[in-house]
Design a protein around this ligand. Structure first.
Ligand code: PLP
Ligand code: COI
Length: 354
């Protein structure tokens, strides 16, 4: 990759690394020493730099705060036994980020800044990447509008940043999901496919209601009839019904890179796969008749998290025991081995940081 952007590095004078207990990592509360910082104005990306992680100031009128032009991505980097650093499929996140940007009338971020900047940031903060299996460095690129103007129009200025955090598991146990039949995450023609901040803001109230009822997350359904399963709050859904691996599809869901990876693997391994509408009735019928042998949430933060129970219209439906789910166990084993560099990367999914 040749670069039009020279990325200056301003190193921290006080690393926080020695203060971190890597044995008890939670998701998303510890941040590495540095962050990437880029500014967009006058219709072009300006300076790109790596600076110490920390707060910065923006105008109280910054349009992201009022009208929500804000998007993000989530990616993980892993450290191999020999110390090599690998980022999992970040090119896919770069493409999805720019799809989100386009839908929200934001500028696209060039590959040299998104991917080139990420590689450089990881070189600088490589000591922050945990090596223990099950842990990784979570990478959070994000962009938001900074123009100080209260008219509703696309901002003329933006900031793009990448921050990173060493993380463990997002979910620590199998999930109890509530099928949401009143609230809606996304409708056709809307922004469900994009990874914008508003999609998460709108999920908080229905999710809190689900938590209050004893569930871990909501399972979103379609906006028109609440009959078809879409995705969970922070991950896509994959089921094995009969001999087929099935995942809901459509413009209202976020097209996850973990989901895409798993479907590609299933195809390669010779399973029958289908990306299509899945009705909640089909799933419940399958649970009752015993044809649903596997069900899990798939995402970067969530990795592969089994679903134990589904709540629908006041009734609970129990899925088969988590141990012995052949497909998800195979996927998880394969992905762990691949991500920590223990098997050959036949798909070219590991992007090695030089
Ligand atoms: N759906 C939602 C709403 C998410 O937040 C995520 C997480 O990124 C996913 C699906 C899974 O996407 P990916 O596998 O790319 O992380
Ligand atoms: C991710 O997996 O990267 C996500 O976006 C989930 C996050 C909102 C916690």
């Amino acid at each position: 990759m040749t670069s039009n952007y020279s990325i200056q590095v301003e190193s921290t004078s006080q690393s926080r690394l020695s203060e971190i207990d890597f044995s008890t990592l939670k998701f998303g509360s510890i941040f590495s020493d540095h962050m990437l910082w880029a500014e967009y104005k006058d219709s072009a990306w300006q300076e790109v730099k790596i600076v110490p992680y920390g707060p910065f100031s923006i105008s109280p009128a910054a349009s992201a705060l009022h009208y929500g032009q804000a998007i993000f991505e989530g990616i993980k980097a892993y450290k191999f036994e020999d110390g090599s650093i690998s980022i999992f499929r970040p090119d896919e996140n770069w493409k999805r980020f720019n799809t989100s940007a386009k839908r929200l009338q934001m500028p696209e971020v060039p590959e040299e800044i998104f991917l080139g900047g990420m590689h450089k940031l990881l070189e600088v903060d490589q000591k922050w990447i945990p090596q223990k299996e099950g842990s990784s460095l979570y990478i959070r690129p994000f962009m938001f509008a900074t123009e100080d103007h209260l008219g509703v129009h696309p901002s003329i200025s933006y900031k793009f940043l990448i921050i990173t955090c060493p993380v463990g598991a997002y979910y620590s146990q199998p999930l109890k999901l509530k099928v949401e039949t009143h609230f809606t995450r996304a409708a056709e023609g809307g922004v469900g496919f994009s990874k914008n901040a508003g999609n998460y803001a709108l999920s908080l109230y229905p999710t809190q209601k689900a938590l209050d009822e004893g569930f871990d997350q909501v399972m979103w359904t379609d906006a028109k009839e609440h009959k078809y399963i879409e995705e969970a709050g922070t991950a896509n859904l994959i089921f094995r019904i009969g001999d087929t691996i099935i995942t809901p599809h459509g413009e209202t869901i976020l097209h996850g890179i973990t989901r895409k990876t798993i479907i590609e693997l299933a195809d390669k391994w010779g399973y029958k796969t289908e990306q299509r509408k899945v009705s909640i009735q089909e799933l419940i019928d399958g649970i009752k008749s015993g044809t649903v042998s596997d069900a899990f949430a798939a995402g970067t933060a969530a990795t592969v998290t089994p679903i134990s129970t589904i709540g629908w219209e006041g009734k609970l439906y129990e899925l088969p025991p988590v141990e012995g789910r052949e497909f998800s166990e195979r996927v998880l084993k394969y992905l762990n081995e691949l991500r920590y560099g223990k098997i050959e990367d036949e798909f070219g999914w590991n992007h090695i940081v030089k």
